[in-house]
Design a protein around this ligand. Sequence first.
Ligand code: NDP
Length: 259
Amino acid sequence: MTTSRDLTGKVVLITGSSGGIGAVTAVEFARLGAQVVVTGRRKDRVSAVAKQCAEASPTGVKALEVVADVTNDSDCRRLVADTIKTFKKLDILINNAGRGIVSSIWDEDILDKYELHMNTNLRSVVWLTHLCVEHLEKTKGNIVNISSILAFKPRRLLYSMSKAALDMFTKCVALELGPKGIRANVVNPGVVKTETFGTSLNMNKAKSDQFLKGMAEKYPLGRVGEPMDVIKAVLYLTSDLASFVTGSNFVVDGGAQYV
Ligand code: NDP
């Protein structure tokens, strides 16, 4: 499944693009002509995805590879500085990097888990947005934050909380950035099948496959999401079709929130 849109000349920074939804997003944006920044903590994965981007690009444009941890403030600063040094501008920031592990109020290490979720899913987005807005103002660019449908499931306490805060951060920052010509929106996916789905929830492959099958049967559209379902929403929100859309939540969940 592919999409159509001409992104030639657009510079797109996608956090968490060394794997999962972010990697598929980077390759798809490259295929549509964008100059993409591929980033994550694993150097081998960053390089592998950057190679796929170059292969997918209609003009063979090389992706910029930056190995960085979004929870590290100086890594974020270097990520944005390298992007601007290489491409001279930034059009789209996609804050996709995220972590979600099981958590409960009974956990002894709840504060460690709190820091992991909040630093990865929220603090990094606040800091990267701060670092990018001066560049996005010049291009009248935009931001998409990848959140979640906050299903109120047991043992998802901290993940849901961090994503709820991300949703509200986006709404509030959209108020400030609107007058500067910058739009900021959220995509809230339901379950999305990625190559490592289940790992962070302590599921082995068999358990993860069984879980995804069970979810697919419950979802009104009869399947769970694919990365491309999320990407189509991101493409819409970052396009002129969404020129009057900011501070909004775009739910992509096959109707899951209603069951
Ligand atoms: P994956 O775990 O498959 O990939 C996460 C990506 O983020 C990897 O590239 C990882 O790279 C990177 N990453 C994680 N922590 C850091 C960090 N500290 N610094 C830099 N990069 C980091 O996740 P998904 O693709 O499944 O999820 C992507 C986003 O979508 C997340 O925000 C998630 O919450 C959200 N989401 C996912 C759903 C799903 O069902 N898959 C459902 C709803 C929302 P590396 O390890 O190399 O650093």
